[in-house]
Design a protein around this ligand. Structure first.
Ligand code: GDP
Length: 368
């Protein structure tokens, strides 16, 4: 009888029949005894290379919806830099009546001046609006372990002896989160594959906790509205912030425009002169121009001065499409999912924002 062996990185069933299918390893590797990685995880870990696989969204969702029939504590991990793109409205359908702890990851990216209590309350209400009843909210950095102790303590209490399922869309830091938990409890580094690329976690991975229970990593759910799916790997690295995002403040008159690299454009159409605070990865340049010159500037400089994208990655970017908002309230954010946001300080204005087709900008009350 053939023994079934699973990848120590992503949890997929290993096989040596088809090089192009998930879980491939050479037969000789399969026969060796110790911890085996599939070809994909091996390449990601050793060469930081992403290998595309064939698995559609339905397969992912079906796997995750099996949690409905289990009893456990759900940790819903979201990316604080992309709350709108990562908070799952479909969560209640996927997990049934299991209790949820909402965990906002990547707190290290938000400005130091962030008011954590205000942010927690804001998340709590946002989740409620989406029909997700959460028993608690935590703000953490899976990367540097910030505020981890409080969370793990609460998990231990709230799981009431059952399994913990970690659920989230791709790129929220699920693997990093689980690695951090493993590191803190065992001292092992990099147990699960992490990378810049979405969709790297393909199977359920069980990390034993306590005697008969496990912390279970579920496959990353693909949210098509995430910027990550529209950008080349190169550009994705550029727009993904890696450290605290510095607020950049612009005083604008109406009929002025800001370009966020070549990926987004903000036109101040009508209203009194005021401040606009931009929160994007520090590496992305922001350019100010007159509204009347904006089209020409874009055509002339896209892929060069207005970058990312660059000349090579330009063709992968969907055309920018325009959305207009009338903003009355002060401290309103215009969010470009996965890229960042612009805080309108005073309000009473009309703006038009341009973002790649498929990535819908939205507005929210500022949480900073
Ligand atoms: P997964 O797809 O949800 O498993 O996400 P990964 O764990 O692979 O992380 C996706 C990206 O986010 C990687 O580039 C990580 O380094 C980064 N990341 C994860 N956690 C954090 C965090 O707490 N802070 C920051 N700044 N980046 C993080």
């Amino acid at each position: 009888m053939n023994e079934q062996i699973y990848c120590g990185g992503c949890g997929v069933l290993l096989q040596s029949e088809d090089k192009n299918k998930l879980g491939y390893v050479p037969q000789s590797t399969l026969e060796s005894t110790s911890d085996i990685l599939c070809k994909r995880c091996f390449q990601m870990r050793h060469y930081n290379k992403n290998v595309a696989v064939d698995m559609d969204d339905d397969d992912f969702l079906q796997m995750i919806a099996s949690i409905r029939n289990e009893k456990g504590l759900i940790v819903h991990l979201i990316d604080l830099f992309d709350v709108n793109g990562t908070l799952l409205s479909s969560l209640p359908r996927l997990i049934g009546n299991n209790p949820v702890i909402l965990v906002g990851n990547k707190i290290d990216l938000l400005p130091k001046s962030t008011n954590n209590n205000k942010l927690k309350n804001w998340l709590f209400h946002l989740a409620k609006e989406k029909g997700i009843r959460v028993i608690d909210v935590f703000l953490i950095s899976a990367k540097n372990g910030q505020q981890f102790a409080d969370l793990t303590e609460s998990l231990e209490i709230e799981r009431k002896g059952s399994d913990i399922y970690v659920v989230g869309v791709t790129n929220v830091g699920k693997s990093t989160f689980i690695n951090q938990i493993i590191r803190q409890s065992t001292g092992i580094e990099e147990a699960i594959t992490t990378s810049y690329y979405p969709g790297t976690t393909l199977g359920f991975i069980e990390v034993p906790i306590g005697k008969n229970h496990a912390l279970i990593d579920t496959p990353g759910i693909i949210n098509k509205g995430q910027m990550a799916h529209y950008l080349s790997d190169h550009d994705l690295k550029l727009v993904t912030p890696t450290k605290e995002v510095k607020a950049r403040n612009y005083q604008l008159n109406d009929e002025q425009t800001l370009f966020v690299g070549g990926l987004a454009r903000f036109d101040f159409i009508k209203g009194e002169r005021q401040s606009f605070i931009c929160y994007f990865a520090n590496r992305i340049d922001i350019h100010r121009t007159k509204l009347e010159n904006a089209n020409t500037l874009y055509e002339k400089h896209i892929g060069a001065m207005l970058s990312p994208p660059n000349k090579e990655t330009l063709h992968t970017l969907p055309a920018l499409t325009a959305t207009s908002f009338k903003i009355n309230e002060p401290y309103t954010d215009i969010v470009f999912p996965g890229l960042g946001w612009i805080t309108v300080v005073e309000g009473n204005i009309t703006v038009t924002v341009h973002s790649p087709k498929g990535i819908s900008p939205s507005i929210r009350r500022s949480f900073l």
